[in-house]
Design a binder for this molecule. Structure first.
Ligand SMILES: CC(C)(COP(=O)(O)OP(=O)(O)OC[C@H]1O[C@@H](n2cnc3c(N)ncnc32)[C@H](O)[C@@H]1OP(=O)(O)O)[C@@H](O)C(=O)NCCC(=O)NCCS
Length: 160
């Protein structure tokens, strides 16, 4: 059973290790954060914590290990953009699907949002499967970082 925790100051060390360990893994699917992100990590972490328009979370495995991040970005007028990334060592066992299910519930209840959007590139079938499993529907085809991409939307009144 995984748990989702709202991002806190004391997550910094584990989060840095998570990002560094999985840097090459993430860069296979999504843009690399760049060297400056790691060099300036404490300031970047503090900036996230100060941003009250976003809801940042970590995902912990049953043994407490930080295995992912799941975030609601720009929560404005009842809508936010969902984003997530899972450690390479934890992929392929339903973590993202379960975390998205949990965050949709949190979004509707704790954060009183009514819709979520998400986007992924066409060459990321695992992410597409995660969104489809959670009742997100494709609403737009577009180009993201020079790659064909899909925008998804979910009405949080719809169970997934
Ligand atoms: C994409 C990512 C979030 C998936 O996390 P995960 O915990 O492995 O996902 P889950 O195990 O919950 O579900 C993955 C689903 O994709 C499916 N899948 C995986 N690889 C696939 C492929 N090549 N083709 C089709 N489906 C695939 C799995 O079968 C599973 O679906 P199913 O259970 O219905 O069979 C994770 O690999 C990741 O963080 N990647 C790097 C960053 C990233 O891409 N983030 C998302 C940006 S939009």
């Amino acid at each position: 059973m995984l748990t989702i925790e709202r991002l806190r100051p004391d997550h910094a060390e584990a989060l840095y290790a998570f990002e560094l360990t999985n840097r090459a893994w993430f860069a296979r699917s999504i843009p690399d954060r760049g060297d400056a992100y790691f060099a300036e990590f404490p300031a970047r972490h503090a900036a996230l914590l100060a941003d009250d328009s976003c809801h940042f979370h970590i995902i912990r495995d049953t043994d407490g290990t930080l295995i992912g991040r799941i975030n609601l970005i720009d929560a404005i007028d009842g809508t936010a953009e969902l984003g997530y990334r899972i450690a390479e060592s934890a992929t392929g066992r339903g973590v993202a699907k379960a975390a998205v299910t949990q965050i949709c519930h949190l979004a509707a209840t704790t954060y009183t949002l009514t819709t979520l959007t998400a986007m992924t590139t066409v060459d990321n079938p695992a992410s597409q499967a995660v969104l489809t499993h959670n009742a997100f529907a494709v609403v737009e085809h577009f180009t993201l970082n020079d790659r064909p991409a899909l925008r998804y939307r979910r009405d949080l009144g719809v169970s997934g």
